[in-house]
Design a protein around this ligand. Sequence first.
Ligand SMILES: [Zn+2]
Length: 96
Amino acid sequence: MTIEQFQQTIDETYGERDAQRGLERTFMWLVEEVGELARALRTESHERKVEEFSDVLAWLTTTASLAGVEMSEAAARFAEGCPKCGETPCECGRRR
Ligand SMILES: [Zn+2]
């Protein structure tokens, strides 16, 4: 599944409901899911971590859709390495 396909699937599954909720309230759900991920990282099983990463990815993606942002365009910033220094691995902070 590509990033484009994932965003399309999330749009088809949740887009109408999330549009009714609106960008600001959907973003608040994303923030809440990030909090749940923080807890899962500290204390929970691999399966729970996968679930929470999945939820954050889905909420991030639907928030992007509501904001008119293609996640593939966002991901493309990193296609040629670090967007700031252009290096892979990143050299930011290593140079003197
Ligand atoms: Zn860098």
